[in-house]
Write a protein that binds this ligand. Structure first.
Ligand code: F6R
Length: 366
């Protein structure tokens, strides 16, 4: 049932070209520049008039929410707040009938996320669910929503569910942008054609597996790791750090690269790898200065770079290439090497990667 893979996690990492495709199948029409989301169609007016969107989730799903914030604000120009469901539910949040709450959950059963939407619903908000498990509690509690269609995720550490959530949020952002008229048709046509290529690009990113294994062998005994990124690379850094800590039990932190100098820079030495999302996009030059700051303190840099990069490659100790894509889709590709890195480090350390200690696949108690 693991399809020849040693662990479910590895199988699920490798399933991503397929699961991302399944999430967008029948929903995008690149030639016409159209996105069709049957699940939320009757709420089109609601999105058109939305003053703000609140995204609630936990863990990896919360990281997907941060990517969603970036996409929805960029393309649909609707203000977005991303909240930990557990914090949101115990505040006295200001919510009204014009608010849209998007709950993201792989399992659709996470207790805190459920309680958060129950509260928001009581206050009159419209609730959308982005879930993987069909017919779970969160989809049933929501007014509408879309399924991620990633297929069953068995490994406790979320991998293909995350990239499917990001895909679903991308579709929603484009859908809202299209209905609100905040995106030019030609631009949307270009983006959707690129989105259609993403499964192929993910496949390409997976080809670095052996090289990533060789990096994992060098770093398997470290005690700490720092992950840095800017823009939508920041949630990718958070997700990379979470993956590493939950399955390898190495302490890891994700930070916006520019925040490093406000504290974490004190940790940098020859022992601690700093994993940097340093792809060619709008923050490239800024990230290069952040890498220089790390190198000036004798830090070890593992960089995720765009294929063909020479500038970062010169400075970094190790560079993992990923194919170039539009900045909108960077998280879908840049996450792949980080999943593989955590997986290999965890296996080399002898952890039970599919069932890490103290963790459950579905957190139904708060
Ligand atoms: C991390 C992980 C958890 C879940 C979190 C939310 O790999 O799996 O952080 O993302 O417990 O779960 P769902 O998405 O089922 O609500």
């Amino acid at each position: 049932e693991k399809g020849g893979y040693e662990h479910f996690m590895l199988k699920e990492i490798y399933e991503q070209p397929r699961s991302i495709y399944d999430c967008m199948r029948g929903r995008i029409y690149p030639l016409e520049g159209k996105v069709q989301l049957g699940g939320i169609k009757e709420y089109t007016e609601k999105f058109k008039n939305a003053q703000r969107i609140i995204i609630v989730a936990c863990g990896t799903s919360w990281h997907a929410g941060l990517v969603g914030e970036y996409l929805i604000e960029e393309y649909a120009r609707i203000p977005v707040e991303v909240e930990y469901a557990s914090e949101f539910r115990y505040r006295n949040p200001i919510i009204n009938e014009n608010d849209i709450v998007i709950a993201i959950s792989q399992s659709g059963e996470t207790a805190d996320t459920m309680a958060a939407i129950e509260m928001a619903k009581e206050k009159g908000a419209t609730i959308f669910g982005i879930c993987n498990v069909v017919g779970a509690s969160i989809p049933r509690l929501s007014h509408a929503g879309i399924y991620t269609h990633a297929g069953p995720e068995i490994g406790v550490a979320s991998t293909k569910a995350f990239t499917a959530q990001v895909t679903a949020l991308t579709l929603m952002a484009f859908y809202m942008a299209e209905t609100k008229g905040t995106i030019a048709k030609s631009k949307l046509i270009g983006l959707l054609s690129e989105l259609e290529r993403i499964p192929k690009l993910v496949e390409k990113a997976l080809q670095s597996d052996q090289y990533i294994l060789s990096i994992a062998e060098k770093f398997k005994d470290v005690r700490n790791a720092l992950f840095l990124g800017r823009g939508s690379g920041f949630p990718v850094a958070l997700e990379g750090a979470l993956k590493l800590k939950e399955i390898s039990y190495i302490h890891a932190e994700g930070y916006p690269a520019a925040e490093m100098k406000h504290g974490p820079i004190a940790l940098i030495d020859e022992e601690m790898p700093v994993i940097v999302i340093a792809t060619k996009n709008s923050s490239y030059e800024k990230v290069i200065s952040n890498i220089q700051e790390v190198k000036a303190r004798k830090g070890v840099v593992i960089a995720i770079v765009t294929e063909g990069d020479t500038e970062v490659t010169k400075m970094a100790d190790y560079s993992i290439e990923i194919p170039h894509t539009d900045e909108a889709f960077l998280p879908l590709i840049a996450t792949i090497p980080l999943q593989l890195l955590s997986y290999h480090i965890a296996v080399l350390r002898g952890s039970n990667v599919d069932q890490p200690r103290n963790l459950a696949k579905s957190v139904t108690v708060e």
